[in-house]
Design a protein around this ligand. Sequence first.
Ligand code: FE2
Ligand code: FE2
Length: 369
Amino acid sequence: MREDIIGRANVEDTPELEAYYRELAKHEAGALWTVANKIEPWFPQSTSTPTLWRFKDLRELVLRSVDLVTPEKAGRRVVMLANPTRKDVSASVGWLYSGLQVMRPGEEASAHCHSASALRFIMEGSGAYTVVDGHKMMLNARDFVLTPNGTWHQHGVEESGEWCIWQDGLDIPLVNALEANFYAVHPDLAQQPTFPVDDTTLSFGGPGLVPVDFKWDMAYSPLFKYTWDATYESLQRYARVTDGSPYDGIIQQFINPLTGGPVMPTMGAAMQMLRPGEHTRAHRHTGSIMYQVAKGRGYSVIDGRRFDWQEKDIFCVPSWAVHEHANLSDTDDACLFSFNDLPVMRALGLYREEAWLDNGGHQTITTDQ
Ligand code: FE2
Ligand code: FE2
């Protein structure tokens, strides 16, 4: 790839050079100038495609998996969300993976542990629970829970519950790209809870309060579970004292209460509220984001394509894609849950953000979807 710009590679092929390239190739070597412009782009070139996964299209297919495979045989009964241009690495966007998992009352998946960090956002059902390193947490719709790198964890639904569907989010593609992924099945296939149910939320649930004698040296949040009720209330309270972000409306990130930092070293998560009729300005940044519509209906414009969404729909914003969000209701707020790889971007000094000023702050929509 040649570029006629000073400082960029612009070497014409000649018979002599082609012979030279062939000689280099024989020795597992090559000339950097033949690929330099491609591997050092002027700005990030995401290979992911902005994509919307409609829950109404996927729900029946997810439920059908219950008749087709057992959790015992499948390990985890999950329909994965495959970005159309990232199927080679099972990524939903960038280096993030996501899927929809379903469980019936009385089912429990075997306990396991992996180097990838994981999170879940509950979509529907009741009686769901997760056990993380002996902490059992009961989960309701729109609750958010962590299963960090290296923790033993298992998921299930109580006998008295209802069919549950949730979204999984993991950094599997990232950890595989770094060639650092390990996986282990628990020797007993299940772990017994060793703490009182919901002890983490009950210990850290207060506003800015942490038990005085609490000791913790892990790189992830000891809270594990974040309930929808507390999250939604927090956004509403915050909305009373702020105009919000021009790009995201009223947005708060889920944090590790001991550090104020993201919930896990590789993945962050946030909840944002778009007020009735709110239409944000457009921006772009490095880092990949997966969104799930927690409440309401609206649309997002991502790199010039409009994606209309409603509750439980999932969509992605690839790195450096220009994006803006709009709430289509004039009376109700809309909420977007999201998870991202921004902690990686920030830790490695790769985070960059830019306002998009074309057309008065909004993108021109070139193709409707
Ligand atoms: Fe897992
Ligand atoms: Fe953004």
